[in-house]
Ligand binder design. Structure first.
Ligand code: ARG
Length: 462
């Protein structure tokens, strides 16, 4: 015979290998604060609905508070034979308050209990992640403000394309991380639905008051269908999808920081406190933080794939498979939190090498489009202008000179409309300042974008 709460119909003890195999306590113990908070609300509801007495409810609640204290102080003993955190807490409660503890599970099942716990956990985790994203976005905005005058090449196909303001480039990441916040907030709404009271799958015969439990736990809504309540894990999938996209952004940024800090680019220097040395090559300073963030992206994608595959084709309603949702979810939360916090801390210390950036933007014919635009302003159709400039670039390449290094006479060889005022148009300043179209890189635009972002961040803070 066994000591398990469900042992009644069994005549044999669970095989020890099965106990170890099916136990989730080593990871689901992190749900304990939510499990206890949920149980306390459940007790209050049971008393209010007169399913248990006020005295019983008070005894249960006191017992739950005692168990929580043991868990908080790490004096609680765990054992595989009690499977999961729900059974551990209940078993300890029996020891603490006696037989009344056996009433706690009235009108409830572990199926709706675990759904509640994970929703409560994920609400808290999502709030923390949004806070970390706030810090990261603030750091990006501050760095952008600091380097407003810096120009570097913008790239397409990893080839120098047109000059852009560094802050414009950085603020693109602000946009990405702001969309991430929106995605986490969207997912939060669907996480914020209270499943308790669905019981095993069909609801319960007791006159429970689900709205009251929801109110006690700060849920604005209760689930509408008991079968969906115990088998829905969409909110976990959505969270992981949002986390995956956020990691895409972090890994793109990582990749740029990694090659910007290489000798080949030499656009930035990473702070010493966020880099590591080599055990064999004394000169090395490696961007390990960015490399690890880029690498950890794979774990988060893997977790999303694991969760989608876990849920695919699962029949209704609860299936034990779903216990496998927790490790990938917890790992994603931990990984994303770690990546966001280390980046928020590192970004303010990145040293920008504006001279190398400027030199890079001054070579490679980045002003070719501007020369074509100049010819258009002199009445030449764009396609024709494009062709003239193409020839000028080919000439410059053969001479080893940039367009702005050619003489007026040489430039006139490609179009008679070229005048002395062209040289002004080919400067980096003119190139960025003239790109005033909405969302373009003109410093005035960028300054406005930074101010708007700051305004939004200040509003979010309150
Ligand atoms: N540890 C289980 C899980 O995470 C709790 C629910 C168990 N329910 C059950 N019917 N065995 O999914």
């Amino acid at each position: 015979m066994s000591d398990k709460p469900w042992a009644g119909r069994f005549s044999e003890k669970t095989d020890s290998l099965v106990e170890a195999f099916s136990a989730s306590i080593h990871y689901d113990k992190r749900l304990y604060p939510y499990d206890i908070e949920g149980s306390i609300a459940h007790c209050k509801m049971l008393a209010k609905a007169k399913i248990i007495t006020e005295d019983e409810s008070a005894a249960l609640i006191q017992g739950l508070i005692n168990v929580k204290r043991e868990l908080d102080h790490n004096t609680f003993t765990f054992s595989d034979s009690l499977e999961d955190i729900h059974m551990h807490i209940e078993a300890r409660l029996v020891q603490d308050v006696g037989s009344v503890a056996q009433k706690l599970h009235t009108a409830r099942s572990r199926n709706d209990q675990v759904a509640l716990d994970v929703r409560m956990y994920l609400k808290a985790a999502t709030e923390i992640i949004i806070d970390h994203l706030f810090e990261l976005r603030s750091a990006i905005v501050a760095l952008s403000r600091k380097h407003l005058g810096v120009v570097l090449p913008g790239y397409t196909h990893m080839q120098r394309a047109q000059p852009v303001v560094l802050s414009h480039h950085l603020m693109a990441y602000y946009e990405m991380f702001t969309r991430d916040v929106q995605r986490f907030e969207e997912g939060y709404k669907r996480t914020n639905v209270m499943p308790l009271g669905a019981a095993a799958l069909a609801g319960t015969t007791y006159p429970i008051d689900r709205a009251y439990t929801a109110e006690l736990l700060g849920f604005p809504e209760i689930s509408a269908n008991s079968m969906d309540a115990v088998s829905d894990r969409d909110f976990i999938l959505e969270f992981n999808a949002a986390a995956g996209i956020c990691m895409v952004h972090l890994s793109r940024m990582s990749e740029e920081l990694i090659y910007w800090s290489s000798s080949e680019f030499d656009f930035i220097e990473m702070p010493d406190a966020f880099t590591t040395g080599s055990s064999i090559m004394p000169q090395k300073k490696n961007p390990d933080v960015s490399e690890l963030v880029r690498g950890k992206t794979g774990r988060v994608f893997g977790n999303l794939m694991a969760l989608l595959t876990l849920m695919k084709s699962l029949p209704m309603a609860y299936n034990r498979d779903m216990q496998e949702d927790k490790e990938p979810l917890f790992d994603t939360v931990d990984t994303l939190t770690a990546c966001l916090s280390v980046y928020a801390k590192m970004i303010p210390h990145i040293v920008v090498k504006q001279d190398t950036m400027r030199n890079a933007a001054s070579t490679g014919y980045l002003n070719a489009t501007d020369m074509a635009d100049y010819l258009v302003s002199k009445g030449i159709p764009f396609r024709k202008a494009h062709e003239c400039v193409g020839k000028a670039v080919a000439f410059g390449l053969s001479e080893g000179r940039e367009l702005h290094e050619l003489t007026l006479e040489e430039l006139k060889l490609f179009s008679t409309r070229v005048e002395a005022d062209i040289f002004e148009r080919l400067t980096l300043e003119q190139m960025v300042h003239r790109r005033t179209s909405a969302g373009g890189t003109a410093p005035d635009n960028v300054q406005k974008a930074i101010a708007e972002a700051q305004h939004r961040l200040d509003k979010e803070k309150h």
